[in-house]
Write a protein that binds this ligand. Structure first.
Ligand code: IPE
Ligand code: IPE
Ligand code: MG
Length: 243
C-alpha cells in the first residue's frame, strides 16, 4: 500500500471536445472525478493524496478556460461535499496571479481542516516544480544570509526543510491519466523515486476503482531505491563454475 499517491489529472479538454462540449464542461466533470478519488482514498485508508489541478504553465490557455478551471475549484472549496469529510486540505503552489478570493478560500480550508487526521489532500494549484525548487533555493539563501545555515554544509535534508511543504512525504505512486507519458513539472523533488503509472482514459471518466487498480499495480512493483535486488540465500546469484 502506498502512503502517498499523486495524480496528474489530464484529459478534461479532450473529454469535453469528444462530446461537443466546451472545455469548461470538461473541467467541471474533472472536479467530480477528483471528489470521487477522495472518497476512494478514504475508503481504503490512503494517508496522502495529491492532485495536480493547475500548473504554472496553464496560464498560457485562453482566459475563458482559466476562469472556468479556477472558478470550479473555488466552488468546490466553498460548497463541495469534501468539506464535511475527514480530510485535511492543503494547497501547494504560488499565490502570485491567482485571484485573491481563491487564495482566501484555499487558506481558509487549510486553517479549518488542519486538525483532521483521515486523509491529507494536497491540491496543487498554480503549482510548478521548478517554481517550488526556485523558491526553496531562495529560502535557503535567505537562511544562509541570516547565518542560520552554513552554505558549505548544506545537505539534502536542509533543502527539504526549506520546501514550502516540508512535511509532504515522498510520492510512492505517480499516476497520470489522459494518455500522455510525461510529468509536466509536477513534484520533481518529491517524486524522484515514485513508481510511474500511465493510463489512456480521460480524467473525467476515472473513478475510485481506477485508483484501486493503480494501487494494485503499485503492489506488484519491486522498488529498489538504487540498491541491488535481493537474492534468495538458497540460490547462488551466479552459478558456480564447474571445476
Ligand atoms: C487537465 O486537463 C486539466 C488542466 C490542465 C487544467 P486538460 O485541460 O489538460 O485536458 P486535455 O489534455 O487538453 O485533454
Ligand atoms: C498537466 O497537464 C497539468 C495538470 C493536469 C494540471 P497539462 O495538460 O497542462 O500538461 P501538458 O501540457 O500536456 O504537458
Ligand atoms: Mg492536458
Amino acid at each position: 500500500m502506498p502512503a502517498h499517491v499523486a495524480i496528474i489529472m489530464d484529459g478534461n479538454g479532450r473529454w469535453a471536445e469528444q462530446r461537443g462540449l466546451p472545455r469548461s464542461a470538461g473541467h467541471r466533470a474533472g472536479n467530480v472525478a477528483a471528489r470521487e478519488m477522495v472518497y476512494g482514498a478514504l475508503e481504503i485508508g490512503l494517508r496522502h493524496l495529491t492532485l495536480y489541478a493547475f500548473s504554472t504553465e496553464n496560464w498560457q490557455r485562453d482566459t475563458e478556460e482559466i476562469v472556468a478551471v479556477l472558478e470550479a475549484i473555488r466552488r468546490e472549496l466553498d460548497e463541495g461535499p469534501v468539506r464535511d469529510l475527514d480530510v485535511r486540505q492543503r494547497w501547494s503552489g504560488n499565490p502570485g496571479k491567482l485571484p485573491e478570493e481563491l487564495v482566501r478560500s484555499l487558506l481558509r480550508e487549510e486553517r479549518r481542516t488542519r486538525a483532521r487526521t483521515g486523509l491529507t489532500l494536497t491540491v496543487c494549484l498554480n503549482y510548478g516544480g521548478r517554481d517550488e525548487i526556485t523558491r526553496t533555493a531562495a529560502a535557503l539563501a535567505r537562511a544562509a544570509r541570516a547565518g542560520d545555515v552554513d552554505p558549505d554544509l548544506i545537505g539534502e535534508d536542509d533543502f527539504a526543510r526549506h520546501l514550502p511543504h516540508p512535511d509532504m512525504p515522498d510520492v510512492d505512486l505517480l499516476w497520470r491519466t489522459g494518455d500522455e507519458q510525461r510529468t509536466s513539472n509536477f513534484l520533481p523533488w518529491q517524486a524522484t523515486y515514485a513508481e510511474l503509472y500511465f493510463t489512456p482514459g480521460h480524467w473525467p471518466d476515472a473513478d475510485r476503482r481506477d485508483l484501486w487498480q493503480a494501487i494494485t499495480a503499485y503492489g506488484r512493483r519491486r522498488r529498489r531505491h538504487g540498491a541491488a535486488p535481493l537474492v534468495s540465500p538458497r540460490k547462488p546469484a551466479v552459478p558456480t563454475r564447474p571445476e
